[in-house]
Design a protein around this ligand. Structure first.
Ligand SMILES: NC(=O)c1ccc[n+]([C@@H]2O[C@H](COP(=O)([O-])OP(=O)(O)OC[C@H]3O[C@@H](n4cnc5c(N)ncnc54)[C@H](OP(=O)(O)O)[C@@H]3O)[C@@H](O)[C@H]2O)c1
Length: 209
């Protein structure tokens, strides 16, 4: 039994995982800030926690963590620091403390080299860069996913893991991103790997080892 903790379950990718890919998981626990307001389907087992507080208790007995939380574009740089960086690091520490077997991080295109990214989102990319580094150096088995700009278009089930030259083509739907995440759970071949994700022509099962 692989018990999966989904951090950011009430977000747009998190919700797709709970609603469309629920069957991919043996056992799923959705971490949300407010269970009454999450709007998740009733069959979803929810746990309340805030990345800005102590989250150590939510990792008990967890085998796999999916980190798909984010402070969002509408908040300030304080939240970029406290959620995207510090919250991620706290989740990694708690996962390590609880011997979690696999940590799947939803990072971002450009987190490998924030200096090359667009200036307005550079602080966010720096936060993602250091969260990814922290995970890589944690000793945990990890998979880091770096999707391009996310859209709410319908997924196709096909992706490209090479970055297109044209920046306008560096996009992927949240649905295909959720599919990739679901594909990574219970897949030993994706361990300690980093993938960029864009819309493309290869079936997810072929593109992702
Ligand atoms: N937007 C893009 O183009 C883009 C591109 C590449 C990667 N990403 C990354 O993709 C991931 C998911 O994207 P998305 O569109 O699904 O995001 P989203 O819809 O904005 O959802 C973000 C989630 O994070 C949660 N969250 C925020 N602050 C929190 C805190 N202090 N404690 C616990 N949970 C907290 C939110 O919870 P509440 O519901 O309680 O607010 C929500 O569930 C994020 O890591 C984002 O950085 C985004």
């Amino acid at each position: 039994m692989n018990k999966v903790l989904l951090i950011g379950a009430s977000g747009r990718i998190g919700r797709l995982l709970c609603e469309k890919y629920y069957d991919s998981f043996d056992s799923l626990v959705a971490m949300v800030r407010n269970t009454d307001q999450s709007g998740l389907p009733p069959q979803i087992n929810q746990i309340e926690a805030d990345l800005e507080s102590d989250i150590s208790s939510v990792m008990e007995g967890v085998d796999t963590v999916i980190f798909s939380a984010g402070s969002g574009a509408g908040t300030g740089l304080d939240k970029t620091l406290l959620v995207d960086l510090w919250g991620a690091c706290k989740a990694i520490d708690a996962a390590k403390h609880n011997d979690v077997g696999h940590f799947i991080m939803v990072s971002s295109r450009g987190a490998d080299d924030p200096d090359r990214g667009p200036r307005p989102i550079k602080p966010y990319l720096v936060a993602k860069y250091f969260a990814d580094e922290y995970l890589k150096n944690s000793g945990l088995c990890y998979t880091i996913l770096r999707p391009g700009r996310l859209t709410d278009l319908q997924g196709t089930g096909s992706i490209d893991i090479s970055r297109p030259v044209n920046p306008d083509a560096q996009v992927i739907s949240r649905e295909d991103t959720a599919r990739v995440i679901a594909h990574c759970v219970n897949n030993p071949k994706v361990r300690n790997k980093i993938y960029e994700l864009y819309e493309g022509e290869s079936r997810i099962e072929q593109a992702i080892a």
